[in-house]
Design a protein around this ligand. Structure first.
Ligand SMILES: [Zn+2]
Length: 288
């Protein structure tokens, strides 16, 4: 699609420019209350929880997963956001009864009968730009919203191989975000390649090796994967599955539903040229 094509190009350009168990806890049906502190347990791997129901895939639950990148205001860079855009979108979500959830809650709802709050939505930010810490995290705290950051394990502020600095978050910032209970850190490969062009000998490093690095930083299993540039094929999906991930997201556009397959979940890109009107129209199905 036109928008996706532009997004991928913008991301590629932006990237080139800037980069070169809670075992024993029962899954309970519950309504979450956004005025209460969010549950800090859920970002851990839900497959390790003692579940009270049989694993049954629920195909009737569709949830929007918003896909953002950088949050700073850079005219001409589609992967950034207009000044005030995120605040306006978050305020609209809050005042229209949306409840942010994390992937643990989504997984539990899809497989174990966990009762989601009304109008559930996931907020994801790819690539781990510093603007997430400076511009997004304060808004999450203000609105008591949860979000997921898909982090490139080799680019935690410096490129791991050469120690050259990049405008991505530091290890200390990732630790602070995860400890806040508002942000879940998940995987976005080791070096952000188009994985369909990566030789099979390097796939393991990109997919499993990256999760080992990140899990040491954030002290929980990395179990959700985000394909760089949304690119995948059957070999990549198989490697993601055998590397211990339970879910994976794409750049295919739409609400996420298990009928898409747990390793090829749709998302909804929000760009700086996504108007407020378009934002509301995209999420209109949740208001019905
Ligand atoms: Zn990315």
């Amino acid at each position: 699609m036109k928008v996706k094509g532009r997004l991928i190009l913008a991301l590629a350009l932006a990237f080139m420019a800037s980069f070169g168990c809670g075992k024993g806890v029962k899954v309970l049906a519950q309504e979450s209350n956004q005025d209460q502190p969010v549950d800090k347990v859920w970002p851990e791997d839900p497959r390790n929880f003692e579940v009270t129901e049989q694993k049954i895939a629920r195909l009737d639950i569709s949830v929007p997963i918003l896909e953002y990148h950088a949050a700073n205001d850079v005219p001409g860079d589609e992967a950034t956001l207009r000044k005030g855009q995120l605040q306006q979108e978050f305020y609209w979500l809050k005042t229209h009864g949306f409840h942010t959830i994390n992937f643990g809650q989504l997984y539990a709802a899809w497989y174990y009968g966990y009762k989601l709050p009304r109008r559930p939505i996931l907020i994801t930010f790819d690539d781990g730009y510093e603007s997430f810490y400076t511009d997004v995290f304060p808004l999450l705290q203000k609105f008591r919203f949860q979000a997921t950051c898909f982090i490139i394990a080799g680019y935690v502020h410096t490129w791991i191989d050469t120690k050259v600095e990049f405008p991505t978050m530091t290890q200390a910032q990732l630790e602070q975000l995860q400890a806040s209970g508002l942000v879940d850190i998940e995987g976005h490969s080791y070096s952000h390649p188009n994985l369909t062009y990566v030789p099979s000998s390097r796939l393991e490093q990109e997919i499993k090796g990256s999760s080992e690095i990140l899990s040491k930083i954030v002290k929980h299993p990395i179990w959700v994967f985000c394909y760089p540039y949304g690119a995948y094929n059957s070999t990549i999906i198989h490697t993601v599955e055998t590397s211990g991930y339970a879910l994976a997201t794409t750049q295919n556009e739409g609400y996420a539903n298990l009928a898409q397959g747990p390793y090829t979940l749709d998302r909804i890109p929000i760009l700086r040229d996504t108007s407020f009107q378009e934002f509301q129209e995209i999420l209109a199905p949740s208001l019905q």
